[in-house]
Design a binder for this molecule. Structure first.
Ligand SMILES: [Mn+2]
Length: 326
C-alpha cells in the first residue's frame, strides 16, 4: 500500500451496495485514466459485481493492448449503461472533464477518484490525493482495501497508468514505494516488454512528419528557461493525425539543459489551442495553468486558450511572469 491514511471506506460501502457500476474515464483519455478504469473493472468483476465502462472518447492506441479495452463503449450513453446506480470517475479533475451532461449523474452516486491537486471535488464521494503519482496507483491501494488480488488484467492496466503518468518513472514522485508497487504489478502479471513495445514503439510513421514540424517550431525564451513548441491545425490535417499522435512531443522541450518550463501549444480547432506545460523543479506549472483557466499538477498541467498563436503566447508569457521571478 502506498498511503495507508486514505479513507476508502465510503467507496467500499458504495461499491458493496451498488447494483450496477459505471466506470468512466475523462475526455481525450490518456493511459492513466484508461488504465485506472480497466484495473477497477477487472477487480470489481472478480468480486462478482455488475460493472460497465463507457467514455465520451475512444481509448488511445497506446492502450489497445490492455485486456478488456474492447469492452469500453464510447459516444452517447446507451440506456443499459444509464441504468447504473453508481458512477466511478477516474483521473478527471472536474465534472466537465467527463464530457457528459450533469443531469446524467442526478439519480446516481458519483465517486470521484483522482490525483490532480486542482480537482473540484464534484463527486458525492471524493477521494482526491495529489501525493499519488498516478490515479492508477490509487486504484492499486483501493484493490488492497477491497482485498482483491491483482490479476493479469488489473496489473497490466495499473502498470500502464503509472508508467505513463510518471514519464517512465522519471518524476520525483516516484519513490521506493512506487517501485515496490511496480514489483508487485510484475508479479501480478504485468508484462513490461509488451507495455514498452505497445506504448513507446508502436507509433505511426506519419507521427514523425509531425515531429519534424514540432521541432522546427522549437523556440527558447526567458534566458533559456522556457522552451516552446507549437503545431497548427493544418499540420494535423495534412498528416491525417490528431492530438494523441503528438503525445510526448513536449518532452523534447523539457529535456533541454537549463529549461525549467516546457510549453506545447497545439491547435485543436481553428484558433482553439490546447496548451500543455511541463516543469522541472522548483517551478509549479499547475499554478500557471490555473491562472489560465486550466489545471494539473506541479510538473504537468494544461489549459485551453483561444485566438491567434501570437495572442495565445502572449497570454502564457503573462501568466509565467510571477513563476519565473519567484
Ligand atoms: Mn493522471
Amino acid at each position: 500500500m502506498l498511503y495507508a491514511d486514505v479513507s476508502w471506506q465510503p467507496v467500499m460501502d458504495a461499491v458493496q451496495q451498488a447494483k450496477q457500476i459505471h466506470i468512466v474515464a475523462h475526455v481525450n483519455p490518456d493511459a492513466d485514466t484508461i488504465g485506472s478504469q480497466l484495473a477497477l473493472y477487472h477487480a470489481l468483476k472478480s468480486m462478482g459485481k455488475c460493472v460497465v465502462m463507457h467514455n465520451q472518447d475512444i481509448a488511445p492506441y497506446i492502450c489497445r493492448y490492455l485486456p478488456a479495452v474492447d469492452d469500453i463503449t464510447h459516444g452517447d450513453v446507451p440506456s443499459e449503461i444509464a441504468a447504473s446506480d453508481l458512477v466511478i470517475a477516474v483521473d478527471a479533475g472536474s465534472m466537465g472533464r467527463l464530457g457528459m451532461e450533469a443531469s446524467y449523474f442526478e439519480d446516481k452516486i458519483l465517486i470521484n477518484i483522482d490525483h490532480h491537486a486542482s480537482n473540484t471535488l464534484y463527486g458525492s464521494i471524493n477521494v482526491v490525493d495529489a501525493r499519488y503519482c498516478a490515479t492508477g496507483a490509487m486504484i492499486y491501494d483501493l484493490l488492497q482495501h477491497l482485498n482483491v488480488p491483482l490479476n493479469m488484467g488489473s496489473a497490466s492496466a495499473i502498470y500502464a497508468a503509472v508508467l505513463t503518468d510518471t514519464a517512465s518513472f522519471r518524476l520525483t514522485c516516484v519513490d521506493a514505494d512506487v517501485h515496490r508497487m511496480v514489483a508487485d504489478l510484475i508479479d501480478g502479471g504485468a508484462d513490461v516488454g509488451l507495455a514498452a513495445q505497445s506504448i513507446y514503439q508502436s507509433h505511426k510513421p506519419a507521427r514523425f512528419e509531425l515531429l519534424k514540424h514540432a521541432l522546427d517550431s522549437l523556440n527558447i525564451s526567458h534566458n533559456g528557461r522556457v522552451a516552446w513548441i507549437s503545431l497548427a491545425h493544418n499540420l494535423y490535417e495534412r498528416t491525417n493525425l490528431c492530438g494523441e499522435d503528438s503525445e510526448g512531443f513536449i518532452d523534447y522541450a523539457r529535456s533541454i539543459e537549463g529549461v525549467d518550463i516546457a510549453v506545447f501549444i497545439r491547435e485543436e480547432k481553428l484558433q482553439e489551442w490546447k496548451v500543455s506545460f511541463r516543469a522541472k523543479a522548483p517551478c509549479d506549472v499547475g499554478v500557471v495553468a490555473g491562472m489560465l483557466g486550466g489545471g494539473g499538477h506541479q510538473y504537468a498541467a494544461g489549459c485551453t486558450l483561444f485566438g491567434t498563436l501570437d495572442e495565445v503566447q502572449e497570454k502564457i508569457k503573462h501568466a509565467l511572469v510571477d513563476m519565473l521571478n519567484s
